[in-house]
Design a protein around this ligand. Structure first.
Ligand code: CMX
Length: 132
């Protein structure tokens, strides 16, 4: 793993929470985008050494919708930057880690992403993310 790239935070209403981050906490907004493959609208916030990814569900099929229903707003996942995602996935599989994707999927910011099941990561949903 290179380092933590971002921390994912589930929110019900992106526009409603953004001023807390940008005005109250005074953190710069990097960008807002829709990630069709994950059915989420996301905002990336620059928190210095790490980014915060605020995730709003686009519909009730989104994993974030289900998370909000069960657990409410809060920290959803931690994403590690990796250099070669396919290789890293294979190594983790060989170590007995359960992956939630067979292959990497397109994620936010043009990255390729894959998730590790929280059941095989001691209760934490981890994401691997490879950027060009
Ligand atoms: N962190 C930690 N544990 C989590 C979790 C999370 N974010 N989401 C679910 N869980 C736990 C549940 O609490 C549950 O545990 P218990 O059985 O002890 O109650 C277990 O995982 C299964 O949860 P579930 O609600 O029955 O299963 P779901 O159908 O909600 O699936 C998960 C959960 C993680 C497999 C699914 O959300 C998934 O495939 N996630 C990967 C994709 C994703 O999260 N996309 C959104 C982010 C996109 C982005 O960053 O762009």
């Amino acid at each position: 793993m290179k380092k933590v790239d971002h921390i994912g935070i589930a929110v019900r209403d992106l526009n409603a929470v953004l001023p807390y981050y940008t005005d109250t906490l005074g953190l710069p907004l990097i960008k807002v985008e829709e990630v069709e493959s994950q059915k989420v609208r996301v905002a990336f916030i620059d928190a210095g050494n790490v980014k915060l990814e605020l995730l709003e569900p686009m519909d009730d099929e989104s994993a974030i919708f289900k998370f909000l229903e069960k657990k409410g707003e809060g920290i959803h996942h931690i994403a590690f930057g990796v250099v070669n995602i396919e290789q890293r996935m294979e190594e983790l599989r060989e170590s007995g880690v359960q992956l939630l994707n067979d292959k990497p999927k397109p994620g936010a910011g043009g990255a390729m992403v894959a998730f590790l099941h929280p059941k095989s990561s001691n209760g934490v949903l981890y994401e691997l993310c490879e950027k060009e």
